[in-house]
Every structure is written in structure tokens, then in C-alpha cells.
Design a binder for this molecule. Structure first.
Ligand code: PLP
Length: 363
């Protein structure tokens, strides 16, 4: 049967180019490729049958007032400053939809979390990359120069940064916020719990700063999908206006409120993450063929000195350990990112190192 050529609607050219976000799906006993909290966190832990019965699915959900008030107390801000989303990716999209798009420019400091560029493009914006490279040492003068060159409407800082694992100094971020008061300065704090840092208290004095937080890392709830944007009250209304109505499900809000109240669980996880990270870091440092970058997070970046990270990734997988190959991220040639797993998983990683990085004759 002859094929009839059909005309199809065409998306915007940049969307026709965009490939779906790729996750690594290979099966492995030890899955340390996505910077998740590694211990199981079952939903049944949070809601009793009686509480579940109070979640009425026939009604549209509320606005998450209780959750926002708990979080506002914790972060020393006001509840009206908080916007909730399905993961921080959703609130970040909101940022680009409202302040980016329509040919506006977003400045990114590479290498960094790849979704910022994607979301900026999806919103219809342009990206200007400043390549910081490795080690990822971003100082105020460099950030200010890059901001001057890009004349961007949005500047994004990820602190601590993914995939490098280190923080960007408050002074660097605030220098840009101060010099460019009409530029939106986005601080992605997905890993800030691990570092004990946050710029949220500075929003009052720097209303052009917005901070994105997530429940996916130290709050062990990547599957729940909860992210929060903290904005100055004068800007919060713009984001609220662009939000979809009822964007958070009643179940998500109910579970997230319990998680938000359980600060002692976060403290416990931070202590484990610190101890385990130090253990894995020390083991990695003993491996000659790699360079290890210091981290304050729940992951560690390494660079394979001979550059063959794809080979090393495959050899980890042969030991049933799945790490993240970040070698295609700008400035990360030859690099792998290793999330901190459970103590038993970290034992497996440490035990695998000798085989993965042994000289070819000894593998
Ligand atoms: C820097 C950074 N921001 C945001 C996210 C996404 O988080 P969420 O699960 O809240 O969408 C990640 C996830 O890895 C991340 O590394």
C-alpha cells in the first residue's frame, strides 16, 4: 500500500529539536544515579487509615495552607511567599514561563543541572552559558562579568551545584542580585539541606532573588513530587497567577505536611549522608586513575584521568552498580557522578572500585 505523505502540525523549531529528558534505566542492584535518598520511605508511614479517610477525592484540593505555614516557619519566611509545585522542576518551569520566554535570556553557569536549560527553552527563552568548568569555583567577579555580557533577564545559581557537589558563596550570588536589581536571580537549593545553607532570609533585602527547594533529596520523597518556590511577596503574585489551579493533589498535600513536620528525620539523614559521603570520598581518593571533587551533598563527582568514563561506567554496571555518566555535560568530559547510597550499597561501591579502576591486565 502506497504511503500518503501527510502534513502535520509543526511545533516551534526549538521544540522540534528537543529530545525527551533521559534517565538511566539499566537494571542494577545498586542504583546510585539519581541523587535520591536511598533508604525506602513507604507512603504508609505517613497517613493512618483515618487520615486517608479524611482525604476526600470528590473535592478539589485546598491550597496547601498548612504545609506552607509549616515550611514558612522552618525557613524563616512568610507563608504567602511560598508557591508549591509537583517537584522543584515544576516551580522552576513557572519561573521561566513568567520571567523568561519570548526570546528573553537565561544565564547559566556550566556545568550545572541540565533542566534549567531545558525549561528555559521550553518556555521559549534563550540560554547563555558561562563555562566555569572544573573545579567549579565561581567567584563574584566572574559571575558579574558573565552577567554584564549576557544582559540576561534570569540568572540561575545552583548551590550546592549538581553535578559538582560544592556551594557557590552567598557573596557571589548577592553581588549579582545587588548589581542587577531588575534581573531575576534564581537560586536552586535542591541540595541545600545537606550543606546547611540558604539564601531565603536575604529575599527581604533582595526582592529579585527567588529560591527553589525540593522534598526529593534530604526529605526522601522524590516519588511524592513536592517542590517549593520562595519569592518576595511583591513577586509571588506573578507566579501565583501563572500556576495551574489545584496543581497539588490532596494526597500529596496530606503526606507532604507530615514530612515537613518531621525535622528530626531530616537531621538523622543529614548525619548519615555526611558520614557515608566521607567514607566513600576517602575510598575514592585512594584510587589513582581518578580525580575526586569535594562535595557537601549526597553525591560525589569524579573525573577519570584517562578520560574513558563510558568504559568505567560499563565496568561499574558489570558489578551491578549504576552511576550517572555526566561526561556529556558541558565541562564534564570524562566525569561520573556517584550518589551516596545506603551503608551496604556504599560498601558495594567501595568494593567495586578496585576492579573498575584496575589496570587493564588485572580486571
Ligand atoms: C539541582 C537540582 N534541582 C532540581 C532537581 C529536581 O528536583 P525535583 O525532584 O524537585 O523536581 C534536581 C534533581 O536531581 C536537581 O539536581
Amino acid at each position: 500500500m502506497a504511503m500518503i505523505a501527510r502534513r502535520l502540525p509543526q511545533p516551534r523549531p526549538e521544540m522540534a529539536q528537543l529530545q525527551p529528558y533521559r534517565t538511566q534505566r539499566q537494571s542494577a542492584d545498586v542504583r546510585i544515579q539519581a541523587n535520591e535518598w536511598p533508604e525506602p520511605n513507604p507512603a504508609g508511614r505517613y497517613l493512618s487509615p483515618a487520615e486517608l479517610d479524611r482525604v476526600l477525592l470528590n473535592r478539589y484540593p485546598g491550597r496547601g495552607d498548612e504545609l506552607r505555614s509549616v515550611l514558612a516557619d522552618r525557613w524563616g519566611v512568610r507563608a504567602e511567599q511560598l508557591l508549591l509545585g509537583n517537584g522543584s522542576n515544576e516551580v522552576l518551569l513557572l519561573v521561566f514561563l513568567v520571567f523568561g520566554g519570548h526570546g528573553r535570556t537565561t544565564l547559566l553557569f556550566q556545568p550545572t543541572y541540565s533542566m534549567h536549560a531545558r525549561l528555559s527553552v521550553i518556555a521559549g527563552g534563550r540560554v547563555a552559558d558561562e563555562r566555569v568548568g572544573l573545579p567549579y569555583d565561581l567567584r563574584a567577579d566572574r559571575a558579574l562579568d558573565a552577567a554584564a555580557r549576557a544582559s540576561a533577564e534570569i540568572v540561575v545559581f545552583t548551590s550546592p551545584n549538581n553535578p559538582t557537589g560544592n556551594t557557590i558563596g552567598d557573596d557571589t550570588i548577592l553581588a549579582v542580585a545587588e548589581r542587577y536589581p531588575d534581573t531575576l536571580v534564581v537560586v536552586d537549593e535542591a541540595y541545600a539541606d545537606f550543606a546547611g545553607t540558604t539564601l531565603a532570609p536575604h529575599i527581604d533585602r533582595h526582592p529579585n532573588v527567588v529560591v527553589a527547594r525540593t522534598f526529593s533529596k534530604a526529605r526522601a520523597a522524590a516519588g511524592l513530587r513536592v517542590g517549593v518556590l520562595i519569592a518576595h511577596p511583591e513577586l509571588a503574585g506573578y507566579f501565583a497567577a501563572a500556576q495551574l489551579p489545584y496543581n497539588m493533589s490532596a494526597l500529596t498535600l496530606a503526606v507532604a505536611t507530615h514530612i515537613a513536620r518531621d525535622e528530626s528525620a531530616v537531621e538523622r539523614r543529614l548525619a548519615i549522608a555526611r558520614a557515608e559521603r566521607e567514607r566513600v570520598y576517602e575510598a575514592l581518593q585512594r584510587v589513582d586513575p581518578i580525580e575526586v571533587f569535594p562535595s557537601v551533598t549526597n553525591f560525589i563527582l569524579i573525573r577519570v584521568r584517562d578520560g574513558d568514563s563510558a568504559e568505567a561506567h560499563g565496568r561499574f554496571l558489570a558489578q551491578s552498580v549504576l552511576v550517572r555518566d555526566v561526561s556529556s555535560w558541558p565541562g564534564c568530559e570524562g566525569c561520573l557522578r556517584i550518589s551516596i547510597g545506603t551503608p551496604a550499597e556504599n560498601d558495594r561501591v567501595i568494593a567495586a572500585l578496585e576492579t573498575v579502576f584496575a589496570a587493564p591486565g588485572r580486571r
